[in-house]
Design a protein around this ligand. Structure first.
Ligand code: PHE
Length: 348
């Protein structure tokens, strides 16, 4: 038995690498492991052996099989590769897409940003973007934020070294740069560029000197909304918020406004929302974001006439929305690059 098996193995070892076509490989394979193959024939002799010898014989045959099968697969692969190379004129075409390339999935934060943007595109908003590094003027002064505001303190905001220069804002090249502490700076850039009326959504990163824990990250995402036109009223803001939350958290979602303060809106509010579709949080008011009517001073700062134009703005934390959408309990999951987490949001 053993010598017969060695013979079969030797045959496979010498014949398979010589095979030139897939048919030849198939024929060699069939002659060994096929229904009429030599190894199959050996297998059939097992019942004729002494009872004591049968297990060892079966084991030997299976071992041979497990050696030969990969050799057959290898022979097929060698021939396929050669045929492919011939079809390509000898040289592989490196511009061809790799059919087997593993495809990634969109990050849950990207999915939430896209969802909110598409909700707003339906009511005529466009998406505006600006740089993460900003000057103090765009981030604070133009937004009516006084010198002594805590966000202007190095304790709260990440300032860049004085020598940092960005060519895109030559006018403010002498100012101190910082990593924007909110996306409200995009309000200013968009209004300076486009004037009014304007209806934009500005998704992007914001940075604060927060100590990282389950609900804080020094680098997070916001979506800024700005609508400026003639006669924009608080009721427009409320209706827009209701529309947003119904689209995000179901028809039962409703919002309420509580008085608050931001230097760049007057009046200012905190928005709470409630939905019956939120598992454990159903039926509870959840504080979600800040908003308000654009302060006339801000309208003036971008060269528009506050007597003519009014508007509203809000700033929504993307992580916060995504955590509520998917019942995620720790903000750090978003940045850990753990595929077991990220794959759960795959839309494919
Ligand atoms: N920029 C504010 C923040 O980051 C949010 C906000 C935006 C408030 C727009 C009012 C209007 O906290």
């Amino acid at each position: 038995m053993e010598s017969k098996i060695n013979e079969i193995l030797a045959k496979a070892q010498s014949a398979l690498p010589m095979a030139q076509t897939k048919n030849e490989v198939a024929a060699i394979g069939a002659s060994i492991t096929g229904p009429n193959g030599e190894l199959t024939a050996l297998m059939k002799t097992i019942p004729t052996l002494d009872k004591a010898e049968r297990p060892a014989a079966g084991k030997l045959i299976n071992m041979a099989k497990s050696k030969i099968e990969p050799m057959i697969a290898e022979a097929y692969e060698r021939i396929e590769n050669r045929q492919m190379a011939e079809a390509l004129g000898g040289a592989p075409d490196i511009t061809l897409p790799n059919v087997d390339a593993p495809r990634g999935t969109l990050h849950p934060l990207t999915l939430t940003i896209r969802k909110i943007c598409s909700i707003f595109k339906r009511i005529g908003y466009t998406v505006a973007e600006a740089t993460d590094a900003e000057t103090e003027w765009f981030c604070f002064d133009a937004l009516n934020t006084p010198e002594d505001h805590p966000a202007r303190d190095a304790q709260d905001t990440l300032f860049l070294p004085r020598q940092t220069r960005f060519s895109n804002v030559p006018k403010h090249a002498d100012e101190l740069y910082l990593l924007r502490s909110h996306t409200s700076s995009v309000q200013i850039r968009a209004m300076l560029r486009e004037g009014a009326p304007i209806r934009i959504l500005a998704p992007g990163r914001a940075f604060r000197r927060d100590t990282v824990d389950a609900t804080h990250s020094a680098n997070f995402h916001q979506i800024e909304c700005l609508y400026v036109d003639r006669d924009v009223k608080l009721t427009d803001l409320k209706a827009t918020l209701d529309y947003l939350f119904k689209n995000l958290f179901g028809k039962s979602a409703r919002t309420r406004l509580r008085p608050s303060f931001f230097p760049f809106t007057e009046p200012s509010f905190e928005v709470d929302f409630m939905s019956d579709d939120l598992g454990k949080l159903s039926g509870k008011w959840i504080e979600i974001m800040g908003c308000g009517m654009v302060d006339p001073k801000v309208i003036e700062n971008v060269g528009l006439n506050p007597g003519e134009y009014s508007g509203f703005a809000f700033g929504l934390g993307v992580e916060r929305v995504a955590m509520l959408e998917h019942s995620i309990d720790d903000i750090r999951h978003f940045y850990a690059n753990d595929l077991r987490f990220l794959r759960q949001f795959s839309n494919r």
